[in-house]
Write a protein that binds this ligand. Structure first.
Ligand code: GUN
Ligand code: ZN
Length: 430
């Protein structure tokens, strides 16, 4: 049993729906009691210390203890090509992404990158991610094997593509169905692992493949389904040319059984009113990837307006289209895009998006994304004075939100004092 002490932040409501002060509880001298991978209690440190004298105390002083970050859309196979210069989406995929993804037919290479990726993300305070893999079942095998060894909650799926991709990166409607089904049987629900059916996007999946994966989802409705939607205007025009019979981009998924409450739609920037309406009716989740959207030049996602429509929104790095592994940097980019779309996001909303918001999008908010009794002990501890520049601003702060905001805007892995996954410290110091 461990008792982590420091400042603690827990949410009990959505700060986009209620004033942020009512949405969360902040304790200056709080404690989080954990045992066997679970959070047993969150309370005043003194109360917990008195009630559990046997607990081993890990003191984080004035550091902020919050839920581990949940990155709702990544491509772990793009780890080695993150920050590749100069191209827009389709050229970027062809030039950098596809050649790198072709290497994942080799299980040893896939395992090496999976380890590197999970080490990097743990160092950045990320405890769960939903990852696209490559078309190779080996790429899924590698990530799940490594995540399982770390006791980590990870969502992943084989990325399916049967057109507009190099020969070495194409499967077929049938093999995508067969391979995905076999991977579901092997991995879905094993320890903390969850399978997501993963058509990359309409440009690289024929209607036959989309239909096969829609049928598979119908057979496994407890799986998530992850894909991309309306990221760039050129992409949308291409989808229109490929499937002129569809009402819009979303319809290319809906017509094939790929629209549902457990659907995750990455980017979703340039939506029509009908698409927003249908996504809201369905209860589907949109995943905002702000560093990717600025880096690849995709556009501005209107987080606050989309939240007002009642849509579920998760936050994500989109490694390696995104330019950082850090969910702090990602929150900063979400803030900047909020400014450019006319809505200033509060620090509480940004942290909520990176924890509860993403966990809700993944339908795992009963398990991850909050500091509360019964939740998994996946925890990130933030040093709010991690660099001289941040420390001098933080020293002037009048309250916790003002103290936290410079770390959101200027922080990186140096701000991660510790990351705990499944009740064990995996990065940082005790
Ligand atoms: N659309 C389809 N595939 C991808 C990808 O790998 N990254 C991004 N950013 N967009 C995509
Ligand atoms: Zn993506």
């Amino acid at each position: 049993m461990h008792l982590l002490t420091g400042q603690t932040l827990s949410f009990h409501a959505d700060p986009f729906a209620v004033p942020f002060g009512e949405a969360c509880t902040l304790r200056r001298q709080g404690g989080v009691l954990i045992e066997a991978g679970r959070i047993l209690a969150v309370d005043e440190a003194d109360t917990l210390r008195a009630a559990h004298p046997e607990a081993e105390v890990v003191s984080y002083g004035e550091d902020l203890i919050c839920a581990g970050y949940v990155d709702a859309h990544v491509h772990y196979p793009q780890t080695a090509i993150i920050a590749s210069w100069g191209l827009r989406l389709i050229d970027w995929l062809n030039t950098y992404t596809f050649p790198e993804e072709a290497r994942f037919s080799d299980l040893a290479y896939a395992a090496q990158i999976a380890r590197r990726y999970l080490d990097l993300t743990a160092a950045h305070g990320t405890t769960t991610m939903a990852s696209f893999c490559t078309i190779h079942p080996e790429s899924v095998e590698a990530l799940f094997t490594e995540a399982q060894a770390r006791g980590q909650c990870v969502i992943a799926g084989k990325t399916c593509m049967d057109r507009n991709a190099p020969d070495t990166l194409r499967d077929s409607a049938q093999s995508a169905y067969d391979d995905s089904k076999a991977l579901i049987a092997r991995w879905h629900g094993r320890d903390r692992l969850h399978y997501a059916i993963t058509p990359r996007f309409t440009p690289t999946s024929t209607p036959d493949q989309l239909a096969a994966l829609g049928a598979l989802w119908g057979e496994h409705p407890d799986c998530l389904m992850q894909t991309h939607l309306s990221e760039q205007t050129d992409e949308i025009a291409w989808v229109r040319a490929l499937q002129p019979e569809a009402r819009d981009y979303l319809d290319t998924y809906e017509a094939h059984g790929l629209l549902g409450a457990r659907g995750l739609y990455g980017h979703a920037i340039h939506l029509t009113p009908r698409e927003i309406e249908r996504l809201a009716e369905t209860g589907a989740a949109l995943v905002h990837c702000p560093t990717s959207n600025t880096f690849i030049g995709s556009g501005l996602f209107a987080t606050a307006a989309i939240k007002t429509r009642g849509l579920s929104v998760g936050l994500a790095t989109d490694t390696g289209g995104g330019s950082s592994f850090s969910m702090l940097r990602t929150m900063a980019a979400a803030y900047e895009i909020g400014q450019l779309t006319g809505t200033t996001l509060h620090a509480a909303q940004l942290i909520w998006l990176a924890t509860q918001g993403s966990a809700r999008a993944l339908h795992l908010d009963h398990e991850i994304g909050n500091l509360a009794p019964g939740m998994a002990a996946d925890i990130t501890v933030l040093d709010l004075a991690s660099t001289p520049a941040i420390a001098q601003r933080q020293a002037e702060a009048e309250d916790l939100w003002e103290a936290l905001f410079p770390t959101i805007m200027m922080g990186d892995d140096r701000a991660i004092r510790a990351t705990w996954i499944n009740g064990a410290r995996v990065a940082g110091t005790a």
